[in-house]
Design a binder for this molecule. Sequence first.
Ligand code: GSH
Length: 208
Amino acid sequence: MQTTLVIGDFSKSSWAFRAWLVLVTADVSFKNIKIKLEEKDTRERILKYSPSGKVPVLLQDDLVINDSLAISEYIAERHPDVHLWPQSQQLRALARAAAAEMHSGFPNVRTQMPFGVNTGDVPDVLTAETKEEIQRIFDIWSHLRTVSGATQFLYGDFGIVDAMFAPVVFRFRRYGIVVPASLQAYVDAMLAYPPVQQWLQLAAEEMD
Ligand SMILES: N[C@@H](CCC(=O)N[C@@H](CS)C(=O)NCC(=O)O)C(=O)O
């Protein structure tokens, strides 16, 4: 069975970054097809693989899964030994709620602080709504780490909920958003996670 993940640029594609992290964490062997975003023919090229016109899309024989969270769930089901969700039922529910909130929410953070792997950018003056969303993200991280007792990722091992928040860590890093001291270990663990480093390396090679 051939598995292919269609993604956008490593330096721009925050949703593909999430799905890619999940596949790499689960040690899935897969091929990447990269489509440059924001080009005249981007939509046309994505539509060859993805009926929604969005990446990521996972292709496995006849199966086409065109959403980062659905891809993640599929990989979690196929690799139960990897524990991409917490093993505790209650913690799993909380992690799923947080992943879903990230997947469907935080429009102001997304708009005011676009994803990028670089640092040193100054955002527009943050609106009250964006600041509220940033605080909500800190609260989610703190709550999950308190309930799980985890010292690195949100419930111990790197999982889907961490993949969902990985691009947010990069948004905060890009725009110099100060993270509470109690959450610095989370940010450090995320930045040091080998698959994250691998993605950064690929982004650096792409930008050269
Ligand atoms: N809900 C989708 C969102 C996917 C999405 O918005 N992807 C962006 C790139 S990160 C995209 O494909 N944009 C198409 C374009 O720029 O033409 C998911 O979770 O996979």
